[in-house]
Design a protein around this ligand. Structure first.
Ligand code: MRU
Length: 326
């Protein structure tokens, strides 16, 4: 069974509660859009493409309730960085005539298209990986972060399906531990060999020559290739360049935001202090400890060797100002 974070069933959106994984696989039912806003904000569902799909189904629920404008505003305010959310809301805004049936059909189409895009990203990106590659990645960019299969982890998955000769180094991804909880879970389910490592181990692993390739997902890519992704991605790109290791980003074209010239304009989400001061609900930092918790950073396009989309594998330098002819 493929790993999926959501499904539409019994006239409702069902989300796998990713906050509980891997300890529990609990599905939550949403039959009204405000619940979907809260689920995106609280990271029941997370990962740029999955957030976009969930938002589209949120709009389908809003269509049924006759609350189109309120829902669109509410969903747009749920999380700021992943542009797939706004891309999906924009697509839903163009649905005519606006009926419960047509809105649901569009949400389903967005989900289905994402499924096909991830497979294509996987095929394109897998061509970059030589058999036997040791691939370092961050966060969770797998089935859980998309409709199914994944983006950066989808590349790993496709390469594994091809010749079963690959090794993954999964960074734990402080502070929400998407690498430890979600990527490790996905890799174990697929039987892909890997080691989970603390984020801070990346530098010495690269220096020791145990990393051949770094691949990450994206939450928003500016016109010049600057890429917002999970906090820590920028550090990996700097390290990869220093050690002469290729660094790739894998994302659907819905993650590209050509309206922003550079990454400086990408809004970076700051999340709650408790994500940093506590561990599994237990407070470890001193009471009153001041905290900074940016959830994303921006990797300059100049540090990225390849951007893999469903259409192509683009080598640097990047320029997304013009619409692609493909
Ligand atoms: O805060 P999250 O877990 O939503 O962040 C997810 C990431 O940063 C992923 O790398 C990105 O969305 C790409 S997911 C295919």
């Amino acid at each position: 069974m493929p790993i999926r974070p959501l499904r539409w069933e019994d006239d409702a959106l069902w989300l796998l509660d990713q906050r509980l994984l891997p300890a529990q696989e609990r599905w939550l039912r949403f039959d009204a859009w405000p619940g979907v806003v809260a689920a995106i904000r609280d990271m029941v569902v997370r990962g740029a493409p999955a957030i976009g799909i969930a938002a589209a189904y949120g709009m389908a629920l809003a269509a049924r309730a006759g609350e189109r404008n309120e829902a669109s505003r509410g969903l747009a305010a749920s999380r700021p960085t992943a542009v797939n959310l706004f891309w999906a809301l924009d697509r839903m805004a163009r649905v005519t005539p606006w009926t419960a049936g047509s809105a649901l059909a569009e949400a389903r189409a967005i989900e289905e298209e994402d499924r096909a895009m991830n497979r294509a990203i996987g095929r394109n990106g897998a061509d970059l990986l030589k058999p036997g590659s040791r691939v370092l990645t961050i966060c969770n960019t797998g089935g859980l972060a998309t409709s199914e299969h994944g983006t950066a982890l989808g590349v790993v998955r496709t390469a594994w399906e091809r010749d079963r000769d690959l090794f993954v180094i999964a960074c734990e991804t402080r502070p929400r531990l998407q690498g430890m909880r979600l990527t490790a879970w996905e890799l174990m389910r697929d039987g892909i060999p890997f080691r989970l490592v603390p984020d801070s181990a990346a530098a010495s692993l690269m220096r020791a020559g145990t990393v051949d390739f770094v691949i990450a997902g994206a939450d928003r890519i500016a016109a010049n290739g600057d890429t917002a992704n999970k906090i820590g991605t920028y550090a990996l790109a700097v390290l990869a360049r220093h050690h002469g290791i290729p660094f790739a980003i894998a994302a659907p074209t819905s993650t590209i935001d050509p309206s922003l010239e550079t990454g400086d304009a990408i809004p970076i989400e700051h999340r709650g202090e408790e994500e940093v001061t506590t561990f599994d609900g237990v407070r470890l930092a001193p009471e009153g400890c001041p905290v900074l918790n940016p959830a994303f950073d921006v990797t300059p396009g100049s540090l990225i060797d390849w951007i893999v989309t469903e259409r192509e594998t683009m080598p640097a330098p990047f320029d997304f100002r013009k619409p692609s002819p493909v």
